[in-house]
Design a protein around this ligand. Structure first.
Ligand code: FAD
Length: 312
C-alpha cells in the first residue's frame, strides 16, 4: 500500500500534522518511537500554550494524543525510523524493526534529543548513574551526591528539582559564569545543597557497577580535579534527531533541517520537516504545532499539484 503521507514523530509537530492530514482525507501513517515528545518525558509545567493557563507537558500531550486518536483513519506505528530513501516518485521509510513503508510524501517531525557529553564513561554508565532526565530519575538519588553538567536554565531547574531528593548537588559549568537567568540563580543560592562550579570542563565519568566519581579540568588552574558523585545529570541542550534523513536534506550549522519557511518543504520535493527538527528560530510547542499544520497543508497542495500533472 502507498500512503499519501508518512509523518515521522509523535510530538506536538507530528501529532498536529496527523490531525490536519486526516481532516484533508490524506491516507496517513504516523510512525513514532513513542508519544512522549520532549515535554511529556520531562513533565514540565507549561504556562504558555494558549487556552491552557497552567498545565504540564504530560497533560497537554495526553490531550494532543487523544485528539489524534479520534481520527481513526490515521494509522499509527510505534517504531523508530532508521532511514528514508527516495526511489522514483515515492519515499521508502525503513524502521529499526525492519519494516518498510511507502509514501508519496513525508513530514519529518522527529524533534530533538538531549545533547550527549561525549566523554569516556558516559555511554557505559547510562542507566547506572548517567541520566538525561531529572524528572524521570531524580527520585533514585535520594540522599546521594550528584552533579549536573550545564549551568543554563535547564541545569539550574534540574538542580532545584533534585534538591527534593539529593544530599548535595554540584552544577558544573564550562564558562566562567552560569548562564541561567537571575531568578533561577537566586533560588539556587538560597538552597544550601547546591554548589556551582564554573570554568570546569568534565573529562571523564568513572565507577564500578555504578558511577562513583567524575574528573574535570579546572580551566583557570588547568588542574584535574575529582568529584565523588553517584549521579551525573546531563543538561547541555538538545540536538535535532535527523540521523535517518541525512542524504535528502540540507542542514544549517546547528544540524537543523533547512526548510522553506512558507511551506516546510526541504530541498527534496515531497519531503517536509516541522517542529524542533527544522531551522526555525524558536522552539516551542505552539510553534511546533503550527509548523505541523503548515506542513500538512503544504503536503495537500503538493499532492494535488502532482496528481494534476498526472505523475501518479
Ligand atoms: C525541559 C523542557 C521544557 C520546555 N518547556 C516548554 C514550555 O514551557 N513551553 C513550550 O512551548 N515549549 C517548551 N519546550 C519546548 C518543546 O518541548 C518543544 O519545542 C516541542 O516539544 C517540539 O515538538 P516536536 O514535535 O518538534 O518535537 P518533540 O517533542 O521532540 O517530539 C519528537 C517526536 O519524534 C519521535 N521520534 C524521534 N526520532 C524518531 C525516529 N527516528 N523514529 C520515529 N520517531 C521518532 C519522538 O519519540 C517524539 O515523539 C520545552 C522543552 C524542554 C526540553
Amino acid at each position: 500500500m502507498t500512503y499519501d503521507l508518512i509523518v515521522i514523530g509523535g510530538g506536538p509537530a507530528g501529532i498536529t500534522a496527523g490531525i490536519y492530514a486526516a481532516r484533508q482525507k490524506l491516507k496517513t501513517l504516523l510512525i513514532t518511537k513513542g508519544f512522549a515528545g520532549q515535554i511529556a518525558a520531562k513533565a514540565v509545567p507549561i504556562e504558555n500554550y494558549p487556552g491552557f493557563e497552567k498545565t504540564t507537558g504530560l497533560e497537554l500531550m495526553q490531550k494532543f494524543v487523544a485528539h489524534l486518536k479520534k481520527h481513526k483513519e490515521v494509522e499509527i506505528e510505534i517504531d523508530s525510523v532508521k532511514e528514508i530513501k527516495k526511489s522514483g516518485k515515492d519515499f521508502f521509510v525503513l524502521t529499526v524493526s525492519k519494516k518498510e513503508f511507502e509514501g508519496r510524501s513525508v513530514i519529518v517531525a522527529s524533534g530533538a534529543d538531549p545533547r550527549p557529553l561525549e566523554v569516556p564513561g558516559e555511554k557505559e554508565f547510562i542507566g547506572k548513574g548517567v541520566s538525561y532526565c531529572v524528572t524521570c530519575d531524580g527520585p533514585f538519588y535520594h540522599g546521594k551526591d550528584v552533579v549536573i553538567i550545564g549551568g543554563g536554565n535547564a541545569g539550574f531547574e534540574a538542580a532545584l528539582s533534585l534538591a527534593n531528593f539529593a544530599k548535595k548537588i554540584y552544577i558544573l559549568e564550562r564558562g566562567d559564569k552560569a548562564l541561567a537567568d537571575k531568578e533561577n540563580q537566586e533560588r539556587a543560592q538560597k538552597t544550601a545543597k547546591i554548589e556551582v562550579i564554573t570554568s570546569a570542563d568534565i573529562k571523564k565519568i568513572e565507577g564500578g557497577d555504578f558511577v562513583s566519581s567524575i574528573a574535570y579540568q579546572d580551566l583557570n588552574s588547568k588542574e584535574t580535579k575529582e568529584l565523588k558523585v553517584e549521579g551525573v545529570f546531563v543538561e547541555i541542550g538538545y540536538q535535532p534527531a535527523t540521523s535517518f534523513v541525512k542524504n535528502l536534506v540540507d542542514f544549517n550549522k546547528k544540524d537543523e533541517i533547512i526548510v522553506d519557511p512558507n511551506t516546510g518543504e526541504t530541498k527534496t520535493p515531497g519531503l517536509f520537516a516541522a517542529g524542533d527538527v527544522d531551522d526555525s528560530a524558536y522552539k516551542q510547542v505552539v510553534i511546533a504545532a503550527g509548523e505541523g499544520a503548515k506542513a500538512a497543508m503544504s503536503v495537500s497542495i503538493y499532492l494535488q499539484e502532482k496528481s494534476s500533472q498526472a505523475q501518479w
